[in-house]
Structure formats: structure tokens, C-alpha cells
Design a protein around this ligand. Sequence first.
Ligand code: ATP
Ligand code: MG
Length: 413
Amino acid sequence: MTATDSVTAAEPAQHAAPEPCVLLKLGEIVLKGRNRHQFERMLQNNIRTAVKDTGIHADQTRREGVIILRVPLQDYRDRTAADHAQAVETVLNRVADVPGIVRVCRAWRVAKTPEATVGAAVDLTKDVPGPFAVRPRRRDKRFPLTSSQIAVLVGREVQKAHGLEVNLKNPETEVFIEVDAREVFVFTSGVPGQGGLPVGMSGKAVALMSGGIDSPVAAYRMMRRGLRCNFIHFSGMPLTGPESVYKAYALTRGLDRFQGGTRLFVVPFGKTQQSLATSGADRLQIIAQRRLMLKTAEALARRMNASALITGDSLGQVSSQTLQNITAMDDAVEMPIMRPLIGWDKTEIMAEARRIDTLSISELPDEDCCTLLTPKRVETRARIDDLRKIELRLDADEVAEQLAASAQEYKPE
Ligand code: ATP
Ligand code: MG
């Protein structure tokens, strides 16, 4: 849908019933000058796809840094106002997961009269913490009250209704009032959205998903920078059970709410790990495995026109993540490897995993393929020449191509 508001145009504003709706504040994309329209279009598309998941129809309109979502009242003609309000709430909760939105606000769209405006402000402030401030803005100067008159009137009525104090400098709650051409929007500051950029704006990447704590957080952080993520998981099968695959599936399914249309590719890696071991990888086993994972991920990325890889590496977290080993991994592929957690502490990563609801899945027990065939001592200063020799014996690039070609796809949406 384009940014038209034909529905509102048809309604005489003075008689419009008060209507709950959702108001979204766009962040960074407002600043993007020339490309701004493309970014907004992408965000609107992502919002539309997300709302579709709810089965509720909502109209989008866009104006100066905000998007308004309205669930048409006529769709609820045969139901109660509470049903309509519930539908608006469902839409609000769903779009709170869409990257590119900084704040998600409950709003009232009311007729262009002082009485309707006051009524909406009083309703929105019934459970909020004080003190509060009213922030009016008139886009249509024909409104019978000036901005300061609106502030005084609404402030007084809210104070009277709920006993809240006014504090213009340091309010806990702000009540925004926007007088538009056809209607008035009343809303409070709402809750933080995901922030960042709309998914897809930065292109597409393949994220290496282990089933551990770090990789889902890494993928999420890159989604928020506008990268669409497809996932690849290496299981130790047939040498291990399928538990790690279930975890990778559950994790990608959980992350799907941030982007939609997620694809997961699973590679049984056990036999390949064995052949690395028999080619004498020894202390280099882990790094050699990781290089082969990266090569396979790159081959898969090429097949789907993705242009970057993502891992959950954090500098120094484990012996395979020393600076030398990270350098040795970069050498395995041509594509850039995005490591958004490189400077994060484990406690920070865990807090983020809890916030995005992946932690409890990551903490389920499984048999990680990396613990198969682990040497007694892991090389912390892998030499690239040694790794390349091992790979030559194995014809690693060909193996990677084959593994990518035979990866099994799941659609966790
Ligand atoms: P995580 O908590 O995500 O498992 P980690 O701290 O266990 O990470 P490593 O096991 O060294 O660290 O893995 C580092 C990164 O390599 C992971 O974040 C992931 O991107 C990738 N990786 C490791 N094992 C696998 C696997 N079996 N399948 C896909 N990617 C993997
Ligand atoms: Mg791991």
C-alpha cells in the first residue's frame, strides 16, 4: 500500500469516532537523505509482511518520520470496541519486532475538537507514571486552540482526572498531541522498538548458527543493521544425534520474527570432520573445521546471492578465537566475515540473548560437532600455510562445494 489516507479523507473529521491505532517512530532512516524513500519503502514492506502474520488487516500511512497503522473500524462493525482494541494491540506487539522502528506508541486518532483531544489524553494517561508534560504540535493552524492553549487545557484535565503532577523539564510521561489536516493524534512515548535499519537494506548474508549462545545474538545484531540472514548449521551427524539440529531449528524459528522468510540449511559434518582428522590435522583440527565451515557457508552464500558471512566470534573467548586464529579463518574465504560480537563480553552476550529470547534454547544440552575429535591442546597460533596443506590433501574447496550443494533446507517460519 502506498502512503495515502483515502479512508480518512472520506470521513468528516468532526464526526470521526475516537479510534485506537499504532504510531511508529522511525529512527535512523529519517536521516538518510537521498535514499530515505527507498528505506521507508523497505520498512513499510517489512511492516506489511509482519502484520500479515497476525491475520489482521491494517492500513499504513506515512508522514514525516512516523508510520501510522490503523485497523479499519468498519472491519469490526459486528464486534465490540474491545475486540477492535485487542486487534490493534496484537498489531502493536507484532511490529515491535520489526527493525528500523525506534519507538512503538499506542495512539488515539480523534476528531479535530478540543473535547475529543482531551478525552484521548485522559484515557492514555490512566495508568502512566507521573509527573507528565503535554507536547502539542499544530500542523493545521486552523485548530481553534493554539499550542500553548492545548497544553494548558489538556494538562489541567489530565491532572484533574488522575492527580498527576506536571513537570515540563523532567517528565516521566510525555503526552504528544499532533493536530493534523484531518484529525488529531494523541499518544505517549510508548516502548522502544528494535531500532536499527530495515532488514534487507544492507543486502543478504549467511549466518553460521551453532546452537550455542553467541551465534543467534550475532545474527540478530546484523539483522538490525539491515542484513537479511539465512542460516547454515553443521551437525556432527552421523557421529552425533540430531539434537543440535533441533536447537538450530528452534533458534532460527525464534529469530524469524525479526525478518520473516528465514531459511535454514543443515549440513551433516561428521564424516568430513573425520577425514580432516585422518589427514593429520591434529592440533589444527578445530581451526581446520572452522575454515571448512566457512568455505561451505561461502559456497552456499554464492548460490543464494548473499555477500557476507556472520559468526558469533568474540575475541579471546575460546582458544579458537585468538587474533591469529581469526586471521587464519579470514584467509579461508573471500567474502567478508561479520563478527558483531567481537568486542562483547560473555555476560553482555548472555544479557542480549535473554532479551531476544534465545538464551533458554541455546542452553539446552546437545552434542556440538565442534567437541567431536577435539585435540588435547588446541593450537592458539595457527599457521595459515599448515592449514592450506591439510586442505590441499583433502581438496577442501571441492568438499565445501559438495556440502553446500547437498545441504538440507528447512523453512522455520
Ligand atoms: P556459540 O555460542 O554461538 O556456539 P561459541 O562461543 O561456542 O559460539 P565457537 O564454537 O568457537 O564459539 O564458534 C564460534 C562461531 O563459529 C559460532 O558463533 C558460529 O558462528 C560458528 N560455529 C561454530 N560451530 C558451528 C556449527 N556447528 N554450525 C554452524 N556454525 C558454527
Ligand atoms: Mg559453539
